[in-house]
Write a protein that binds this ligand. Structure first.
Ligand code: 6GU
Length: 253
């Protein structure tokens, strides 16, 4: 998978891809990341990349010409490259879309800054607009990193072979069960006994139920999409009854 990042702040990308899993993925040639400074594609003497908005108003708008040059250059070599504009106005990113994007071979990630890009960039050069959530960042750079991270970990060979991405939260629409490691007792807080029992069937059942409970309490919206067995549904009904008996409506734990 090839990622090309179009940004006015290339320095922001210097370290995130030099650590841990993504660094190894680059080393193995599983992903390739090119950081492109849009300013390098401004042809005027002062390399201007932004300008005041027509009609007046606050802030600056990213100019169409430099961006058009970069994208056209990339696309002339690979017409299959898919261009994503990172903006809070985009469609909120979900794991489902991450999976679909991981099937592509070449993504162009355009990072918005200031008041965004000239509308003609969106009309002519952008295939898709993505947001990473309902809050506002100073620019699309961090969102591009999030997208690259989420997509990369789904590519074959990026996570260790013992570690399937398919087992994670959201791939089956449930949150993860609690994890523990040594010591068995920390300041009187003990690891659940079942995990020390060696009874794998009992451990699996406990984990499934903890995942269901946690999802029910924190993200009940996810349960609508989850694949639930009859046993799962019965267990959730039990929790729901218990909680209403206790008058417990805390969705914190
Ligand atoms: Cl993609 N960009 C900015 N500036 N803010 C965001 C975002 C993107 N996604 C959520 N907030």
């Amino acid at each position: 998978m090839r990622f090309e990042i179009l940004t006015l702040f290339p320095g922001m990308f210097h370290s995130p891809f030099q650590e841990s899993i993504l660094a190894k993925a680059i080393e193995k040639g599983l992903i390739e990341i090119r950081i492109i400074n849009i300013r390098d594609f401004a042809t005027d003497k002062h390399q201007v990349v932004d300008d005041a908005p027509y009609g007046g108003g606050q802030g600056m708008v990213m100019k169409v010409e430099p961006i058009s040059r970069v994208i056209e250059q990339i696309k002339s070599k690979d017409p299959s490259a898919w261009t994503i504009y990172l903006t809070p106005e985009g469609k909120p990113l979900k794991q489902e879309r991450v999976k679909e994007l991981s099937l592509r071979s070449h993504l162009i990630l355009l990072c918005g800054r200031y008041e965004g890009v000239d509308e003609r960039v969106r009309e002519l050069f952008v295939d898709e607009e993505i947001s990473i959530g309902d809050y506002v960042l100073t620019g699309g750079e961090l969102a591009a990193m999030v997208l690259i991270d989420a997509v990369s970990r789904l590519l074959p060979g990026v996570l260790g072979s013992d570690r399937s991405a398919m087992e994670d939260s959201f791939s089956d629409s449930l949150l993860e069960y609690p994890q523990y490691t040594r010591p068995a007792n920390f300041r009187g807080h003990e690891v659940p006994e079942v995990l020390l029992s060696g009874n794998h069937q009992a451990i699996s059942l406990w984990r499934r139920r903890e995942a269901l409970k946690r999802t029910w309490m924190r993200r009940p919206d996810l349960l609508k999409k989850a694949e639930l067995s009859e046993e799962d549904k019965k267990f959730l009904e039990e929790i729901s009854k218990q909680m209403s008996l206790n008058g417990d409506n805390s969705h914190k734990r």
